[in-house]
Design a protein around this ligand. Structure first.
Ligand code: FAD
Length: 235
C-alpha cells in the first residue's frame, strides 16, 4: 500500500528500502540500534587553492586521524574536493542539542577536537558545505528471518552495519544475486528466494562482524594502534 492510498498486488516484494525499511517488519522484528557514535560529514571545495594546508594534510588519498572515541577522517575526491567524516562517540541526543547543521554546531563539534592540528579541525570549521549528521545504527550481525512467501530484503534493509566501506557494494551485490536466483528459477519465486537467502545470511553475517571489528579497531580505546596493526598486517 502506498501513501497516496493506492495499492498493488504482487507475487514478489523486495525490501530494498534501507536502514528504516518499511518491508522488514513483514519478515523480522529486528530494529536498528544506535552504535554509540555518529559521523558528521563535511566537504572542502577547491581545497588545493582555498585550503592548501588541509589539502596537504589529507594528501592524494585518504587520511585517518584517530583517537579513542573520536576521529577526523577525510579523502580526496575529483576536482580538489576533500570529503570528511568527523566521528565522535556520544549519545544520539547529544548531537541534536549542539546546533547542527549551523555554524554554531560546527564550532561546538570542533571544541571536542581542541588541541588537534588546525589543518585537521579546518575540516569542521572551514567546511564549504553545511555539516550533515550521520548517526550510525546497526542491525544484529546475525540478522535473518524465516521464509515468508514472496517477500525478501536486500542491502541495509537486510544487514545494516557500521560503515566499513562495503555497505553500498553489498547492496548492489545482493541485488545482482537476487536477480541471478530469480533467473535461475523461472516461475518459482520461493525456490529463488530460498537460494538467495541461503547465501545472503552467512555473507551478511561475516561482513557485519568484519564491520564491527573495523569499527572497534578504528575508534576503540587503543586507537590509532588497532588500525596501524591492521595496515601493517599484525591484526
Ligand atoms: C557515514 C556513512 C558512510 C558510508 N560510506 C560507505 C562507503 O564508503 N562505501 C560503501 O559501500 N558504503 C558506505 N556506506 C553504507 C552505504 O551508504 C549503505 O550501505 C548503502 O547506501 C545501502 O544501500 P541500500 O540501497 O540498501 O539503502 P539506501 O541507500 O538507504 O537506499 C534505500 C532507498 O529506499 C528509499 N526508501 C526508503 N523507504 C521508502 C519508502 N517507504 N518508499 C519509497 N522509497 C523508500 C530511500 O529513500 C532510499 O533511496 C556508508 C554509510 C554511512 C552512514
Amino acid at each position: 500500500a502506498f501513501a497516496d492510498g493506492t495499492s498493488v498486488v504482487t507475487n514478489l516484494l523486495v525490501g530494498a528500502d534501507g536502514a528504516w525499511s518499511r518491508v522488514r517488519p513483514l519478515l523480522s522484528g529486528a530494529a536498528p540500534e544506535y552504535v554509540g557514535m555518529s559521523f558528521v560529514e563535511t566537504c572542502l571545495l577547491d581545497a588545493d587553492t582555498r585550503h592548501p594546508a588541509t589539502a596537504k594534510a589529507v594528501g592524494d588519498g585518504a587520511m585517518f586521524a584517530l583517537a579513542p572515541g573520536k576521529a577526523i577522517q577525510a579523502h580526496r575526491e575529483s576536482g580538489g574536493t576533500l570529503h570528511a567524516y568527523v566521528a565522535l562517540r556520544r549519545p544520539r541526543e547529544w548531537f541534536d542539542g549542539i546546533g547542527l547543521p549551523g555554524a554554531a554546531g560546527a564550532a561546538r563539534l570542533a571544541r571536542e577536537f581542541d588541541g588537534w592540528a588546525p589543518e585537521l579541525t579546518a575540516l569542521i570549521t572551514d567546511a564549504d558545505t553545511a555539516p550533515v549528521l550521520r548517526p550510525l545504527y546497526s542491525l544484529p550481525a546475525a540478522h535473518r528471518w524465516e521464509r515468508v512467501p514472496g517477500v525478501t530484503l536486500l542491502g541495509d534493509a537486510a544487514h545494516l552495519m557500521p560503515p566499513s566501506g562495503e555497505g553500498a557494494n553489498l547492496a548492489m551485490y545482493d541485488g545482482a544475486e537476487l536477480g541471478t536466483a530469480l533467473a535461475a528459477h523461472p516461475g518459482d519465486v520461493e525456490a529463488a528466494l530460498t537460494a538467495y537467502e541461503r547465501d545472503l545470511f552467512p555473507r551478511s553475517a561475516a561482513e557485519a562482524a568484519d564491520a564491527s571489528r573495523l569499527h572497534a579497531l578504528m575508534f576503540g580505546d587503543d586507537a590509532p594502534h588497532g588500525l596501524i596493526r591492521m595496515f601493517t598486517g599484525q591484526q
